[in-house]
Design a protein around this ligand. Structure first.
Ligand code: BTN
Length: 268
């Protein structure tokens, strides 16, 4: 890989907004790491923070939702994590992980990828193929303050060979447009700016501010779907999300409200 294709500390720092630079406690860029989320977690446990930003060119143990692997080859993709601290219990931040999905989606649309959609709770799809995923991890927060770690993986450019190990259908920015993808350094800096704006405004705005945007970008709305949770399958028609970010499933037993967790949503 050419040096110019790698992540560049000075470039990223130079493109962050002054407001973000004021907030960020530490910016960490690595050639290789097990997982940017795990690294941020270790640093938080060591007392660093509260706002840590970590990006890497490659992850050797990238993690997805529900214990899945996030394949993270050295291939110009984005592997980014950012932590934040709230002096609030988690129930005051309902829906935040879905709002993060809207922010990442709108961010990518602003770069000229209008056809992207969401899949509950926060996958980003292009025509059914996964383009980006978000992993939100929470430390503390049952009754008191909490820290969150938000990990974002965006497929920017990955060869068919590198992606051949991924079980579900996937795509990347370079495959969905004729123009070359923007630089990862720029994408990382500008996405960090947007996430920080979201973290700052979320306690006041809450998910009700984001709900309509989420539903307008839902790839499953009105479709027959199955929810698989702990070996149990629920079927129905999806009706978007409610004001808490729960998926509404119109089933033979009436409306069911499903909270994000270890559940998987499939078309049926
Ligand atoms: C998913 O859709 O399953 C979530 C994928 C999240 C992947 C990102 S890549 C950066 C960060 N570090 C990780 O180990 N995972 C997240």
């Amino acid at each position: 890989m050419k040096q110019s294709d790698l992540l560049d500390f000075k470039l990223i720092k130079g493109m962050l907004s002054p407001g973000s630079l004021d907030r960020i406690s530490k910016l960490i860029l690595l050639g290789e790491v097990d997982s940017t989320n795990s690294l941020v977690q270790k640093e938080l446990n060591a007392g660093l923070g509260p706002v840590l930003v970590c990006a890497a060119d490659q992850q050797t143990a990238g993690r997805g939702r529900s214990g899945k692997i996030w394949h993270s080859p050295l291939s110009k993709n984005i592997y980014l994590s950012i932590s934040w601290e709230y002096a609030l219990p988690y129930n005051k931040l309902e829906g935040l992980s879905l709002a993060i999905g809207v922010v990442v989606l709108d961010f990518l649309i602003s770069y000229g990828y209008p056809q992207l959609k969401l899949k509950w709770p926060n996958d980003i799809l292009f025509g059914g193929a996964k383009l980006a995923g978000i992993l939100v991890e929470i430390i503390g927060g049952a009754n008191s303050s909490l820290k969150i770690i938000v990990g974002v993986g965006i497929n920017v450019k990955m060869s068919a060979k590198q992606g051949s190990v991924i079980e579900r259908s996937w795509t990347d920015l370079s495959s969905i447009s004729h123009k070359p993808p923007p630089s990862r350094n720029e994408l990382i800096a500008k996405l960090v700016d947007r996430l920080i704006e979201l973290f700052l405004s979320y306690p006041e705005k809450g998910f009700s501010y984001w709900r309509d945007s989420w539903n307008a970008r839902d790839s499953f709305i009105g479709k027959n779907a199955k929810i698989i949770s702990n070996g149990e399958t629920l079927s129905g028609i999806t009706r978007g999300v409610d004001s808490k970010g729960r998926l509404i499933l119109d089933s033979s037993e009436g409306l069911l409200f499903i909270a994000a967790g270890d559940v998987s949503l499939r078309e049926s």
